[in-house]
Write a protein of this length. Structure first.
Length: 277
């Protein structure tokens, strides 16, 4: 009896069968990829838009916070032309009310507007201990016009000493206008500038420049191009300021567009600017 080796009955596959199998797998893979590509692309695009929206929203919140705390009539915008634009403001660090008349017993240090004065009492306590180090100024009734412009130093004076109840000035100062609310503000000796340049939104500080609330680029000098980067990937940015919407409040309009991975997100915001001195 003749026995056969079981291995002699097994067969492999031919080259033609391998080619057919590979071709079918390629076709199947292409069909599957066609259906998968769109959801994957949508997922990536959604992620890019979420990143851009979060970044733009954070930058606008910072801008809004600074604008809300700006000295009345200190905001001014400059168009640098091309891809550069900026606006400037003076931040308020603290504030309070000055004494304008003596107490019933005839005591108290009154701020005198008729002549130079070097000190005054503060009515109600202010947190002077939280002020940053460096030169801080008192500003009273800033109108942003000639003769009453904080940028020019018309209505500001350097502080040499301050407590929660009194302020002493570094030199005698005759303030041009009293405040109807008997209010004063404490400001730093520099302004804050927001600049859109190239693909970034920057925040920087600089010494006071100019004597009017709105100046040409030639008068103000170029927008700063160095500072702290608030957001990158900026594809379009613009500032528009209307200083007197209803005689007291202004409107700052901000348009900020960010682009990443061919996805663009544009945020637009309007910030109310309190110009009541």
């Amino acid at each position: 009896m003749v026995t056969r080796n079981p291995l002699s009955q097994s067969h492999g596959f031919t080259l033609l069968e391998a080619i057919i199998a590979i071709t079918l797998l390629g076709i199947l893979g292409g069909v599957v990829a066609t259906f998968i590509k769109s959801p994957v692309d949508a997922y990536v695009a959604q992620g890019s838009r979420a990143v851009l929206t979060d970044a733009a929203d954070g930058a606008l919140r910072r801008v809004t916070r600074d604008v809300a705390a700006a000295l009345p009539n200190s905001l001014r915008s400059i168009s640098g032309g091309g891809s550069t634009a900026c606006f400037e403001l003076i931040p308020v660090l603290a504030g309070g009310r000055y004494r304008n008349q003596t107490s019933a017993t005839g005591t108290g240090d009154v701020l005198d507007f008729a002549t130079t004065d070097t000190s005054f009492d503060v009515l109600g306590q202010i947190r002077m201990a939280n002020l940053p180090t460096g030169t801080n100024l008192v500003a009273i009734h800033n109108l942003g016009i000639s003769g009453a412009d904080a940028y020019a130093g018309d209505n500001t004076a350097s502080i040499s000493a301050a407590s929660t109840t009194a302020v002493t000035l570094a030199a005698g100062k005759k303030f041009p206008f009293l405040s109807p609310n008997k209010a004063f503000s404490v400001i730093p000796s520099n302004s804050v500038v927001y600049t859109c340049t190239g693909s970034t939104l920057l925040r920087s500080t600089r010494a006071f420049t100019g004597t009017a609330p709105t100046l040409s680029l030639a008068q103000l000098g170029a927008c700063p191009v160095t500072g702290t980067t608030l957001v990158s990937n900026v594809s379009n940015c613009s500032f528009s300021y209307t200083p007197a919407v209803n005689q007291r409040d202004g409107i700052l309009s901000i348009s900020l567009a960010l682009t990443l991975n061919s996805e663009t997100v544009t945020l637009y915001d309007q910030v109310m600017v309190n110009n009541a001195p």
